[in-house]
Design a protein around this ligand. Structure first.
Ligand SMILES: [Fe+2]
Ligand SMILES: [Fe+2]
Length: 267
């Protein structure tokens, strides 16, 4: 579990913490490899748990500070990972048998994927100039969240039996479509920003998982990749954004390849 440059997301304090996090997990990996006694493994894992908790607290505070729209779904992911490793530690301390190799594999896979997929989006958000300057963060300056308000209103109408389940479902999918097609709101919200926003609505219980796919499809139909990439500073940021669009299934491989070629041709 070695730290590599490709895991850097270009937010210095986060990169630094991720690097330390990797080091501690690497130590745990070595303890496992040597078949160390469970007491020693527990010590190494405790060392990892403590740093994981610190990192998540710091990262969450940062997301809040920059008003990152995906903070709620990140928080959820952090929580479930934290619970997993704390449970393993508890079992180890109680002298229970722990499938160490599996644990290690799961942890390292999770961390790499989380950094490259989720944490990288925090950096993309910042690099689009929406994070660092509070005056540019949409959430702070526009207390009203039009889609959220509409969804709330619609849910209230359904709850009072004023509309049918069918009305509710069809209107909701209209709303998602309009949201995806709608103008980029304050400070240039792009499709990833919109998707993150939809994810927060899931975390808030306003939308169901299936709605996310509807939103994703609507975003895929409306995305203007060239425009979104054009807003970013630097080719690495553009490539990261492009990769996120692909990972989030907003663009397909063909679109990815053609934009990648364009980015590379400009270097
Ligand atoms: Fe994270
Ligand atoms: Fe992180």
């Amino acid at each position: 579990m070695k730290w590599k440059k490709r895991y850097e997301i270009d937010v210095p304090f986060i990169d630094q913490q991720h690097c330390e996090w990797f080091k501690r997990v690497d130590q745990l990996g070595r303890a496992i490899e040597k078949g160390k006694a469970s007491v020693e493994m527990a010590t190494a894992l405790k060392f990892v748990v403590e740093y994981t908790q610190k990192h998540f607290i710091d990262e969450q505070a940062y997301m809040q500070e920059i008003q990152y729209p995906g903070a709620a779904s990140q928080h959820k992911l952090h929580k479930s990972f934290e619970k997993y490793i704390v449970d393993v530690l508890t079992n180890l301390k109680r002298g229970k048998d722990v499938p160490a190799q599996q644990l290690f594999q799961f942890m390292t896979d999770w961390m790499k994927e989380h950094i490259l997929k989720e944490d990288a989006q925090i950096a993309a958000f910042v690099s689009q100039g929406r994070g660092t300057d509070a005056s540019q963060t949409p959430a702070q300056n526009s207390p009203d969240d039009p889609l959220k308000e509409k969804l709330d209103e619609l849910a209230a109408m359904r709850a009072s039996d004023l509309i049918t389940e069918e009305d509710f479902a069809s209107k909701k999918s209209d709303m998602l479509g309009n949201f995806a097609a709608g103008p980029c709101s304050a400070a240039g919200a792009d499709s990833i920003f919109k998707l993150q926003k939809l994810k927060t609505y899931i975390a808030d219980g306003l939308l169901a998982e299936a709605d996310l796919d509807v939103g994703r499809q609507a975003l895929a139909c409306n995305v203007n990749v060239g425009k979104e990439l054009g807003r970013l500073n630097g080719n690495k940021a553009r490539m990261m954004h492009l990769k996120t669009l692909l990972d989030e299934k907003i663009i397909n491989t063909e679109q990815f390849e053609s934009h990648k070629a364009e980015i590379l041709s400009q270097m």
